[in-house]
Design a binder for this molecule. Structure first.
Ligand code: C2O
Ligand code: CU
Length: 493
């Protein structure tokens, strides 16, 4: 059906202001960066509970809904091929409702995928998710994933409150590349939030925090259609600094924001050398002066501080004139690197990194997913193929072990970041041309500007069942910009 939403709903993007109305222009960099605690066991338990997080350097700590008391939650770090069980225990207040945890970027069964309406974790309950870290019997390429809440209608609210963490899969075979390791390998989680005078999170979600399609089916106030916080946090801290040696650093960049894109750049003009996406190494490293990441996108980059001894280098997000989300265009300083001391590190930046699996891309497009109002005017601004999400509807079926080519199209007048669950996708083309070099690895989330078309392909292995397709701007997802596909078991011979 048609949802008569008028353009102003999309056109105005307001940053959720701090209660004080101020955004400091030159941050103080007065707290050292925290590296989230690392969990390495094959069987770990993560309580979901209230936590008090030191977000601001001074004043009260911030009450948040957390994984294991911290924001972001603990980083799960596991060697590829080793089955990993993670048990989430729901100790949050009843009003938080039931929860679902999705390992974004992982290849896991439908039951373990953290579905929006199925296999939920109720108050007082627990659920164990199994992540085999294999694909078709082989260890997966090492990757940098993002676990987060995925409960239908309230994913934006639950992520805003703090239910996010990082998941790092390592591969000992990568050692021969001599990429920076240990203290020289730093995971960085970026997200924006707004705060009250007492350092508490504002609440941009009208009670009970439901999405647009619930609103249209009854309740009162329109839900927020773009949640953008006034302050960008790094590993859950406002404006931290990190002491680094004059060496090479591997930074794992994760944009964990609800809605904003960040265009990362360094104040000294040094580039990032991108070596991977969130799903594994690229075939060749790519030099990038700035690097745009939308919600849930990750980049694995090397930064060279060897000639910066004694200097302070700032990491920023810079304005982009061609960004149509309206949210990637902020100018903000995120953190400071203080380059001090010396190191005898022997890391390097290899030009060639890995081989991407050679699967033949099908000529025929098996499924087109169209984001935004359809040509027939059906659906809403937040629909896919003219429909809003319905957990009872299967939008596409695919046979296990087949390879399919899918087309992602944006017919709306704003950018969307499209995420496909479950497989490691390869990008075949962007607007009919070869994809840019940083899209030549595996991917699970693509930027789609208005009018853009991206063709992708993957093999569907191991797990029959339901998986999701959605926009990762979480307000859009909660408003119904989500669909699902079903993998059918292979025919018995
Ligand atoms: Cu990161 Cu379906 O989500
Ligand atoms: Cu979107």
């Amino acid at each position: 059906f048609f949802c008569g939403f008028h353009p102003s709903m999309r056109g105005t993007l307001t940053i959720e202001g701090d209660a004080t109305g101020e955004i400091p222009t030159s941050p103080p960099f007065d707290q050292p960066l925290r590296i989230p605690k690392v969990l390495t066991g094959n069987n770990v338990t993560i309580p979901m509970r209230m936590g008090k997080v030191r977000v601001m350097a001074s004043g009260p700590r911030t009450r948040m809904w957390t994984y294991a008391g911290s924001f972001p939650g603990p980083t799960i770090k596991r060697p590829t091929g080793r089955a990993t069980k993670v048990t989430f225990v729901h100790q949050l207040p009843r009003k938080a409702g039931s929860m679902s945890v999705h390992n974004h970027g992982g290849h896991q069964s439908s039951r373990d995928d953290g579905q929006p309406t199925r296999y939920l974790i109720g108050k007082g309950g627990r659920r164990t998710y199994t992540y085999p870290l294999t694909d078709f019997g082989a260890p997966v390429p090492a990757y940098f994933a993002f676990y987060h809440d995925h409960k239908m209608d309230v994913t934006a609210r639950n992520n805003w409150r703090g239910l996010q963490g990082m998941f790092l899969v390592t591969d000992p075979r990568e050692r021969r590349l001599r990429l920076p390791t240990g203290k020289f390998d730093v995971p960085l989680h970026f997200s924006d939030r707004s705060f009250t005078r007492k350092n508490q999170l504002t609440n941009p979600f009208p009670s009970p925090g439901r999405g647009m399609h619930h609103w249209m089916n009854g309740p009162k106030a329109p839900p927020n259609d773009a949640t953008v916080g006034s302050r960008i946090l790094v590993n859950g801290q406002y404006a931290p600094y990190l002491r680094v040696k004059p060496g090479l650093y591997r930074l794992r960049l994760l944009n964990a924001s609800l809605f904003s894109a960040y265009d990362f750049a360094l104040s000294n003009g040094s580039p990032f050398v991108q070596v991977g996406t969130g799903n594994g190494l690229l075939p060749k490293s790519v030099v990038r002066q700035d690097l745009l990441l939308g919600p849930a996108q990750r980049a694995d980059v090397i930064v060279d501080f060897r000639r910066q001894r004694g200097e302070n280098v700032l990491l920023r997000t810079i304005p982009r004139s061609d960004d149509t989300t309206g949210t990637g265009s902020r100018s903000a300083t995120l953190m400071q690197f203080r380059v001090r001391g010396s190191t005898d590190q022997t890391a390097r930046i290899p030009a060639r990194l890995t081989k991407i699996e050679n699967i033949k891309a099908p000529r025929k497009v098996a499924k087109t997913w169209t984001f935004g109002l359809s040509e027939t005017g059906r659906g809403s601004f937040w629909s896919i193929n003219g429909k809003m999400f319905d957990p009872g509807r299967v939008d596409h079926k695919v046979r296990m072990n087949s390879v399919e080519r899918w087309r992602l199209r944006n017919v709306s007048d704003m950018t969307h970041y499209v995420h496909l669950h479950e497989e490691r996708w390869q990008t075949l083309s962007r607007n009919g041309d070869k994809p840019p070099p940083w899209e030549k690895g595996y991917e699970d989330t693509w930027r789609l500007d208005p009018g853009e078309t991206v063709d992708v392909f993957a093999r569907f292995t191991d797990y029959p069942g339901l998986f999701m397709v959605h926009c990762h701007m979480l307000n859009h997802e909660d408003h119904g910009m989500m669909a699902q596909f079903k993998v059918l078991p292979t025919r018995s011979p």
